[in-house]
Design a protein around this ligand. Structure first.
Ligand code: GUN
Ligand code: ZN
Length: 460
């Protein structure tokens, strides 16, 4: 195994680790992945479990997956074998909506969306004019993501281009697959956080040229939400999507009732909040709409038809009192909409997708449509990858996929171990993990075939 730094993180890639990457690595343990969509088929039929599995990794990709008993006899001579006992080997988690600059204001008391933005979010985002601040928070954020088992995220930066440079530079160093972009805001925001149609366009275009498709990085055009962009800026955002292939778009949609009313007043000609974005050419594949709580049937049909995705952010929706996302409705097999899970830090209260799955379950209970644990894990992995149109690269443990993995277990606490021992099936384990677990249940995280985090490691 690669040397890990004292707090569990490996050192940045060195000559040594580059040389070692030619060694083939084999993970042994219980592998969990999917053979179907659990919102279309019975969930239990969609979970694929290899009880004593064999997973061969080479040059950043998964090369073979199967049963240890069948494959281990053909082990390459120089293979490095890592045996994860009493654990689940899963695809790395995908967080489809998160704000890295808001990490310092997570857990800020007492407001709903619009007041919370003014009181806590705008002041902290203003401090990202300082690139040193941006670099230091980007570094902490990405380390926390990996500690939580998250290997891909769609990330909002701030209005400052340097906040994007800082983020992608750190992600390049870690070799993580990330999507990020500069927030666009040309009205209804403090002066020091505003751009203009022209500067927002030019800066975004320059960032696309600098980062989109570099290593594992992708750019997302990021108008914050309809309240803070003029119709002209939304139009310009639509134009930006066409300057390079496969550029993403991310924004917020219908999160809070007061916000929805403000959008109706600002855009009286639009049929709905989604329609504001649609008129600007922003509703399409690789568009990710955060929240989408207060949407109607025509909106759902439009998202289905266009391939746009929703990011369901349950801890945030509970924290800000925004409302209950209707997941079962969005996933109705007659016109399913792509949905992934989002932590939405700083309104969200945890970077752990396990915790986010558990809170999604509680919201689904309020809607009387309980989220099955297999559906929850699917949303956090394969479903997230599909929402981001990345399912040909990440989100499942199958040959040909990039080797982004997280290894889950009961953690080091005696109580959760005791509870997990009482589980009769992998489904039971998943449900206990999502209900009681968090980042403490991540034993290790792998990025592009390298172990980048190992819980409690004292390796140097
Ligand atoms: N709507 C517009 N901006 C934001 C934000 O930063 N967080 C959340 N949760 N909603 C938003
Ligand atoms: Zn958000």
């Amino acid at each position: 195994m690669l040397p890990c730094a004292t707090d569990g993180f490996v050192a940045p890639r060195t000559g040594l680790s580059v040389a070692m990457s030619f060694v083939q690595k084999v993970l042994r343990g219980r592998i969990v992945t999917f053979c179907g969509n659990p919102f279309e088929l019975p969930p239990s039929a969609c979970l694929k479990v290899e009880e004593d599995g064999f997973l061969l990794v080479h040059e950043g990709k998964i090369v073979q997956v199967g049963a240890w008993s069948e494959r281990s006899q053909y082990l390459p001579e120089n293979a490095d074998i890592i045996h994860y006992e009493n654990a689940l080997i899963s695809s790395g988690f995908v967080d489809t909506h998160v704000h890295y600059p808001q990490l310092p204001v997570i857990a800020s008391y007492g407001e709903q969306l619009l007041e919370w933005l003014t009181r806590y979010v705008f002041p902290v985002e203003a401090s990202f004019a300082d690139e040193a601040m941006a670099s230091s928070i980007a570094r902490r954020f990405l380390r926390e993501l990996l500690r939580a088992g998250t290997t891909t995220a769609a990330v909002y930066c701030t209005v400052h281009p340097q906040s994007v440079d800082a983020f992608f530079a750190e992600s390049m160093r870690l070799n993580t697959r990330m999507i990020a972009g500069k927030v666009l805001m040309d009205r209804n925001a403090p002066e020091n956080l505003r751009d203009t149609v022209r500067t927002g366009y030019d800066q975004s275009a320059e960032l696309i040229r600098r980062w989109h498709g570099k290593g594992r990085q992708s750019y997302a055009v990021t108008p914050r939400f309809a309240i803070t962009s003029t119709p002209e800026q939304l139009e310009a955002a639509g134009d930006l999507l066409d300057i390079a292939p496969n550029v993403f778009m991310q924004t917020h949609l219908a999160e809070n009732r007061e916000e929805v009313r403000a959008v109706q007043q600002l855009f009286p000609a639009s049929r709905s909040y989604l329609d504001v974005y649609d008129r600007a050419g922003l509703v399409r594949r690789r568009s990710v709409f955060g929240h989408a709580i207060h949407v109607d049937e025509p909106d759902l049909c439009r998202c289905h038809a266009s391939g746009a995705a929703f990011a369901h952010c349950p801890t945030s929706n509970l924290f800000l009192g925004s409302g209950a996302f209707r997941l079962a409705d969005a996933k109705d097999p007659r016109r399913p909409v792509h949905v992934g899970l989002g932590t939405d830090i700083g309104a969200g209260t945890s970077l752990s997708l396990l915790k986010t799955m558990g809170e999604a379950y509680k919201i689904s209970q309020m809607n009387h449509k309980p989220l099955h644990p297999v559906q929850a894990l699917w949303l956090a992995t394969r479903g997230g990858a599909e929402a981001l149109a990345l399912e040909d690269r990440i989100g499942s443990v199958t040959a040909g996929m990039e080797a982004d993995l997280c290894i889950l277990d009961a953690g080091e606490g005696e109580f959760l171990q005791w509870r997990m021992e009482r589980c009769q099936s992998v489904e039971d384990m998943l449900f206990v993990l999502m209900t009681l677990g968090d980042e403490r249940c991540v034993r290790a995280t792998w990025v592009a075939g390298e172990c980048v985090y190992e819980r409690g490691s004292d390796m140097t």
